[in-house]
Ligand binder design. Structure first.
Ligand code: ISL
Length: 536
């Protein structure tokens, strides 16, 4: 079995992880300080979001040089030191590959925008007029005027992130060159930013096409064939039908993909992320069920609740007040019992929560642009702020709360984004002193995944699918069965009348409450979760 099928990945957003030089921004030195913390958690792979040279219009997802480290984060020597420290501890490092677009400060774009006759002009996408009314993800048209050439260039994200023209063979060769350069350095793979978009057809506002697959297969032949590395595609447009096309081994594209359907359930469909609706547990169950079945023996899934673009999961669908610890553990168990490679986003392991800052304290370009757009569209400030509290990406980007000292021990300087005011209560130091911590629960889930192959290989069946209070499923491989059941409410739930839950009378492998004996076994307390192994 491929090593990455049994691995657990931990995502680091360096700006917010740990600052080692007092400038208020996290850096590679800070990550080096915390390698043993990550080892203790038990994760196998670290995914580092972009640390390359960048003007930081989108916090590093706007790269101006793929071969250099942004001095804000440190030096290439420090990156090499980090890689060595991880490898010494039998951990791996994957980097972020952002090649749908570059920064407008990349040399290619500077040459492209200055001169129509430069060979770099065709590295990007140009039209004499805006040929569609497509909107960018960060508000406004995807077409931006460029005075020097009297043309419009295409950008799906900010106007400072022009999209690369993947139909140009030289562009693709440049990308393969940089991938190989990093792999030769010894890194263990890549997370690929919005990689399903490389096959877009801008003239038709079409976001994905067959070409996404053609290019990924070409990339595989040029970069990954013969190397034992790991690739995960961020594929926001993937579906249960297309996810296996990206991740089936024989298609030689990617190891696995991130599908986002489960995280779109708190949005009014078609209205974008800011128009909120309540997430229905039964819808969540159906989405997971569909993806679990679609990829079983046909591809490979990534399991994630959180990342640097998503609000904190315990605030989003758990309970971040009275039952914070219980619900954080419950959500972890539901996810980590499924088939796929689990991802833990920094701070999730201590149950960090969303924030409610005054507007001027938000830093994310997506949020800042959105406020302007929605105000123009007539939204009330109250509705805008509700959207921000629920969905702003800065929820996930507040600094990691290491201890209860000033700025939560993240920096000696002034943090680039404010620390969550709850840091005195929620922090790593305190968590590590508790025996029943969320951190300890993740450790156990990680151990169980290593021990029970059924989690990696078994099939998936939803149990009591109609009961909107609980999420229960069984994973099966031969006679071995692993059951997971979770109460998604803050009330007691009696499972006594559901016959498919009779496994609850057996002995529990892991739970988030002290076990109770006898018939009370069929009562689930608020946000209670349990895992049972049968037939081992
Ligand atoms: O965050 C989102 C919506 O709020 C997503 O639509 C997100 O923009 C999308 O998943 C792509 O994200 C990735 O590429 C972006 C970057 O800003 C994100 O941080 C990155 O994860 C552009 O590079």
């Amino acid at each position: 079995m491929e090593w990455w099928k049994k691995s657990i990945v931990y995502q680091i957003y360096p700006m917010s992880f740990k600052d080692s030089d007092g400038d208020g921004t996290g850096d590679i030195g800070g990550i080096i300080e915390k390698v043993d913390y990550l080892k203790e958690l038990g994760v196998d792979v670290i995914w580092l979001t972009p640390v390359y040279e960048s003007p930081m219009d989108d916090n590093g997802y706007d790269i101006s040089n793929y071969y250099r480290i942004n001095p804000l984060f440190g030096t290439m020597e420090q990156l090499e030191e980090l890689l060595e420290k991880l490898h010494d501890r039998r951990m791996k490092l994957i980097m972020d590959l952002v090649v749908n677009h570059t920064s407008d400060e990349h040399e290619w774009f500077k040459a492209a925008r200055a001169d129509k006759n430069s060979k770099y002009h065709d590295y990007y996408i140009w039209k004499d007029s805006p040929v569609t009314d497509q909107q960018s993800f960060f508000s406004g048209s995807v077409w931006e005027y460029n005075e020097e050439t009297n043309e419009y260039y295409y950008h799906l994200f900010s106007k400072r992130q022009p999209d690369l023209n993947w139909s140009n063979r030289e562009v693709r060769e440049e990308v393969y060159k940089l991938i190989n350069w990093w792999l030769d350095k010894g890194i263990d793979g890549f997370r690929m930013d919005v990689i399903d978009l490389i096959g877009k057809i801008p003239e038709e506002s079409v976001m994905v096409s067959e070409k996404s697959h053609t290019y990924l297969q070409e990339m595989y032949r040029n970069c990954f064939a013969g190397r034992d590395v790991f690739t995960v595609g961020e594929t926001p447009f993937s579906t249960p039908e297309t996810a296996p096309l990206y991740s089936a081994k024989e298609r030689r594209e990617l190891s696995m993909v991130f599908g986002f359907e489960h995280l779109g359930l708190d949005e009014i469909r078609g209205n974008g992320k800011w128009d909120l609706k309540k997430m229905e547990v039964n819808e969540l169950k159906r989405v997971f069920e569909t993806w679990q079945k679609a990829l079983h023996e046909k591809g490979w899934n990534s399991l994630f609740w959180s990342n640097h673009d998503q609000p904190r999961i315990v605030s989003r669908i758990g309970n971040d007040t009275v039952y914070r610890k219980e619900s954080a553990k419950m959500l972890a168990m539901i996810l980590h019992g499924m088939q796929g490679t689990p991802y833990i986003y920094q701070g999730e392991e201590i149950g960090m929560t969303n924030v409610r800052f005054p507007l001027e304290d938000y830093r994310d370009i997506e949020t800042i642009n959105m406020v302007k757009e929605k105000q123009e569209a007539g939204w009330s400030m109250e509705k805008i702020m509700e959207g921000i509290y629920a969905k702003a990406r800065d929820n996930a980007r507040t600094p990691i709360q290491w201890d209860d000292s000033e700025h939560a021990g993240f920096t000696d300087g002034t943090p680039w984004l404010k620390v969550n005011p709850n840091y005195k209560e929620i922090n790593v130091k305190r968590t590590l002193q508790e025996t029943d911590s969320i951190f300890a629960f993740y450790q156990k889930l990680i151990q169980i995944r290593k021990e029970y192959d059924v989690i990696t290989t078994g099939d998936f069946e939803l149990l009591c699918g109609e009961d909107e209070r609980i999420f229960a499923y069984v994973r099966r491989s031969g006679n071995e069965k692993l059951y997971v059941i979770a109460n998604f409410t803050d009330k007691m739930v009696d499972c006594g009348n559901c016959s498919s839950l009779s496994f609850m009378e057996g002995e529990c492998l892991l739970g988030n409450y002290e076990p109770e004996k006898g018939k009370d076994n069929l009562l689930l307390r608020p946000y209670e979760c349990r895992m049972y192994a049968v037939g081992f």
